[in-house]
Design a protein around this ligand. Sequence first.
Ligand SMILES: Cc1cc2nc3c(=O)[nH]c(=O)nc-3n(C[C@H](O)[C@H](O)[C@H](O)COP(=O)(O)OP(=O)(O)OC[C@H]3O[C@@H](n4cnc5c(N)ncnc54)[C@H](O)[C@@H]3O)c2cc1C
Length: 347
Amino acid sequence: MSSTAICPEWDPINKDEWRGVWVFIETLEGEVNEASLQLLNPGRVIADKINTELVGVIVGHNVKQMLKEPIYYGADKVIYVEDSRLSIYTPEIFAETLIALIRRYKPEILLAAGTLRGREMIPYVANVLKAGITADCTDFDVDVKTRDLIMIRPPFGATLLAHIRAPNRRPQISTVRPNVFRLPERDPSRRGEIIEERVDIPEPRIKLISSQDIRVEEIPIEKAEIIISGGRGIGSPEGFKMLEELAGLLNGVVAGSRKAVDAGWISHERQVGQTGKSVKASLYVAVGISGAAQHLFGIREAMTVVAVNNDPEAPIFENADYGIVADYREAIPALIEEINKRRSKAR
Ligand SMILES: Cc1cc2nc3c(=O)[nH]c(=O)nc-3n(C[C@H](O)[C@H](O)[C@H](O)COP(=O)(O)OP(=O)(O)OC[C@H]3O[C@@H](n4cnc5c(N)ncnc54)[C@H](O)[C@@H]3O)c2cc1C
């Protein structure tokens, strides 16, 4: 069924008027968001295949010192809007600014990171432009003849991969989960065009009355080098205290499976997997986690996986570099004791 049949009010578009691959580059407190820069990796491949330019788009306040970064990571150009009204993030104003740029330049593809901000404002953009969106993509291809982007993502609850196209809409919009693509090599010798744009920023309907910083005690799991992750096998919040002790000794952080999140033992922002986060830790210790496909999806980029499980048949062992078949209530204290022993000897 074509999209015009689903939404008869959508005007037909002339695909030939739309050219270029855009990556929306998020910035926060003077820093470029790494998950956005990662998208310059697939963006570059797609742009080269359809022989078009790769553009990084930045909107915000005090962004000038960051404009070259997307070029260093592979963009041909950066288009930006610098405006004090963008000093505080509200989804509507950021989305409206991006929409104004899209209407002006007509890019055929827009990629954005599936961060909190991306998940909030990009569906708004897609809705206003009546373009549709494929969220949480994990890979891309492109049909060189039709210039249709093939947006690849796991469908809910299955191990298959769905290949999604939007042949009658432009821009083709996708969000991508952080850490699925590697950061491209940074090359400060790269040169590219930087274009400043001005847009009429509308009065926001949402007014910020006050804001409060939430203290984040730990490094986000997607940035952690060492992760001790617990599953349903942990059995209780007290069990997680043991994992925290081990994580503390190793300068790591604690994460969990969806079952551990559902049980309320750990917060959703620490969930690893398809509907949680993808991690790229050097060491991932999976404790009391069976190794379901949706969990394994989140640890594809982890370097060394150690599994602790009392069931020798648990599928996690097939995906682990090292396995300990044991009750975690014995294995984890033994590990803690051994680390402490070796450290006191080394002193
Ligand atoms: C659409 C969809 C999305 C999903 N997204 C995610 C996701 O993002 N992340 C995710 O994790 N899951 C996700 N799931 C759920 C996933 O399918 C599994 O149900 C889940 O990962 C299982 O969690 P678990 O391994 O903690 O629990 P279980 O599968 O119940 O495994 C518990 C393990 O603990 C072991 N165990 C028990 N007691 C002990 C003990 N004392 N010592 C040592 N080992 C012990 C058991 O042998 C078992 O292997 C998703 C499912 C769907 C349908």
